[in-house]
Ligand binder design. Sequence first.
Ligand code: 13P
Ligand code: SF4
Length: 363
Amino acid sequence: MESSSSALEELTLESVKAEIYSRNNPTLTPVDIELHAEVVFRILELKKKHNAVILGHNYMEPLVFGLSEQGEQGDSLALSMSAAQAESDFIIFNGVRFMAETAKVLNPSKRVLIADKSAGCSLADDFGAEDVRILKEKYPGVPVMIYINSYADAKAECDVCCTSANAEQIAMDMPGDELIFVPDLFFAQNLERVLDGKKKILYPGKQNNAKGAVCEVHEKFSKEDIIAIRESFGISEENPNAMMYVHWECKPEVLQEADYYGSTTQIRNDIARRVEGGNLEKAFIASECELTSNLMEEFPSVEFATACSVRCNHMAKISLNKIKPILEAIDSGADLSQWEVVLSDSTIKKASKPIEKMLSLSS
Ligand code: 13P
Ligand code: SF4
């Protein structure tokens, strides 16, 4: 996606405004643009002055998403890789806190800043290091794979990390016939089905009373919703140019209704391939709704159905008006502690092992 950041040669308020208008995002009215162009301009001006990197998750609202260069937008895996390679002293992470923590673990000499440290995630917030230890005691010797949607202290207890872009592959690359997967219960059941006969997936609540977690956003989609959207929007088997996309975090019965499932960037890439081949007319994505807002901008030829009441309240905390003060503070040399992600050296050391292992196994 073309970003405000990359498309601007000469940075002025007028050029910023013109670039945002030129993106023709159907979710941005002139009211939105006129109200916010000045703050976008100031952020980009200070980003350039201080050579800051701004990473943007696919769930960021379009004006926030546009602050990031094309190569600095993406899913959890892509952003982890970008964070690991960032050379700037300042990494501003427009996503939720577990993502910013992962960036800090991968590039500990940089200052990682997040606009709102209370931007959590139901998966990460409801599952901790102690919950991993309980499972390890129940299944001694079985490797543990932890979803990236977890905090560094929980990751530190595990053998390998994964994201929705590589879980299947990493699970198969791990030694042995069994693997514990935490904390996402729906993702675990989806993985169990996909890997049936190849690898046994153990997880919280499966023949044990250990605690797991679910994504409070993706759990909102039911099989009945998917069937109703298919009917009302014409995503049927008779129309090969219409696609139902589903994220791995949805319930198993929802994933089974998908024409394609994957990470947010894998879904984006599948849309890009189909658009290039001239075979995508309409699509629905069972995931956070701002992903669709950003894809509507990038693929104007596709008609998207939306479910914009399905918003991640944690991701939504990252707003333009909370990002600007970070850059103003960098500019004035003020204290950054209210935004800075700080982890102990020992947590960084321990959490880096499963994350580095994931990166080394990711092809
Ligand atoms: P992705 O890694 O697919 O972007 O997913 C992150 C996430 O939080 C999904 O809800
Ligand atoms: Fe976490 Fe779900 Fe929000 Fe993703 S959408 S950050 S999994 S709460």
